[in-house]
Design a protein around this ligand. Structure first.
Ligand code: ARG
Length: 403
């Protein structure tokens, strides 16, 4: 009896061809696993397609809750934005998919797992590094990296074996999507000078088509986790879906990123991430009110490290565990509400409040009720400026004066 391999199956051309190709090349029976991370697909049709193409078994795993609670929200608390632009939707889903591949491989007593990533991207790294960490004994097969077929040859292969070639192959774009965002690559987008055509976008309206009056939304957080919209409590999945719709409807969340891939390539990536962008913005606004200046500054450094780590496929590492502990601790007082205004493609924070607010009206005000002791500033300035004065007296300020 041939052994088994568990394949991460998307229903697209490459992973469909992979089912047949793996059987031919490795003589392994394919168990197809399709992971639902909120990509709103026709999962029963995808499952059926896997079976039609020759999988011995096809599973659809609903991982939305896991994805939100163990991947998306921790990344939100971390303020994770790769290179200051990309909220990491795809990157965050890969370690979860790897974990589910490994779990399924154990259940099925498979000796290998497989994925449809090419050899040029980050996803192969994320999946394989994760699988190797979780199950070093499992072999990993990467058909699309191994078979060396061009797009055309892949289509010919599919036709030869009656594998349906989806109409979407006609689409010039390569797309990946989940609750946290949508990525669009290839085609005309590969010219970084060309503005993305409107048809590339699916979640966000162009500013010209958005409502002429602004939308307002209030997001409530408890210890860094978003829990309410406009005062209404809801689970994380619903909250993210609602914000994707609302902010996307105002054209918020388009990103044009010239990105540094892990494999050394610069690539032009277009993203749509309305909920992610609005939540990251709101979360940071609440932290500005509830964390000290020093906490904020240190946390920004952690955010960069954390985002790089996620991007680079290092989810299952001790460094991640250590950073996550710091981030979790930093969120103890990040509770409160942020009000945002959504208008013509932009979102701005227009209000924030918190029971743990460090903002003191009495200290800040120039009006009645001022409790700040202005006379104490004179002594403060004397001490603060002491080293400046001393150095200027000894070494002069000439070079600085010349400007
Ligand atoms: N450049 C992004 C990343 O590395 C998006 C990748 C999209 N992946 C895909 N298979 N289409 O995370």
């Amino acid at each position: 009896m041939p052994g088994k391999v568990v394949l991460a199956y998307s229903g697209g051309l490459d992973t469909s061809v992979a089912i047949r190709w793996i059987k031919e090349k490795y003589n392994l029976d394919v168990v197809a696993v399709t992971v639902d991370v909120g990509n709103e697909r026709e999962f029963s049709a995808i499952r059926q397609k896997a079976l039609n193409v020759g999988a011995v078994k096809a599973l659809v795993l609903d991982a939305k809750e896991l994805f939100v609670n163990h991947f998306i929200f921790p990344a939100l608390k971390a303020d994770a934005l790769y290179e200051g632009q990309y909220p990491l939707a795809t990157a965050l889903s890969r370690p979860l998919i790897a974990k589910l591949l490994v779990d399924t491989a154990r259940e099925e007593e498979a000796k290998a797992v497989a994925h449809g990533c090419t050899g040029k991207g980050n996803d192969q790294v994320r999946i394989e590094v994760s699988v190797n960490a979780l199950a070093p004994d499992l072999k990993v097969i990467a058909p699309a990296r191994e078979w060396g077929m061009t797009r055309e040859e892949t289509i010919n292969y599919a036709q030869r074996y009656d594998i349906p070639v989806p109409v979407t192959v006609a689409s010039p774009y390569s797309i990946d999507e989940n609750l946290w965002g949508r990525s669009i690559e290839c085609g005309i987008l590969e010219d970084p000078w060309v503005e993305p055509p409107e048809e590339a976008f699916a979640w966000t309206k162009s500013a010209g088509e958005t409502p002429n009056s602004p939308g307002y939304v209030e997001i409530g957080f408890e210890q860094g986790t978003p829990v309410t919209i406009d005062g209404q409590k809801m689970d994380g999945i619903t909250l993210i879906q609602k914000l994707n719709e609302l902010a996307g409807g105002h054209g918020v969340g388009r990103i044009d990123h010239l990105e540094n891939r892990l494999v050394g390539i610069k690539s032009r990536e277009i993203y749509e991430a309305p909920a992610a962008m609005v939540l990251l913005q709101a979360h940071q606004a609440l932290q500005a009110m509830t964390l000290s200046k020093e906490q904020l500054r240190f946390k920004q450094r952690v955010a960069v490290e954390y985002a790089d780590l996620v991007y680079n496929g290092l989810w299952f590492t001790s460094l991640h565990q250590d950073l996550a502990a710091y981030i979790q601790s930093s969120q103890r007082h990040v509770t409160g509400t942020v009000r945002l205004k959504l208008y013509k493609g932009s979102s701005s924070v227009v209000g924030r409040k918190s029971p743990s607010s460090l903002y003191s009206h009495g200290l800040a005000t120039y009006a009645k009720g001022d409790v700040f002791d202005q006379s104490a500033s004179a002594g403060f300035i004397h001490i603060w400026g002491l080293p400046v004065k001393t150095q200027a007296q000894v070494q002069g300020t000439e070079s600085l004066e010349e400007g």
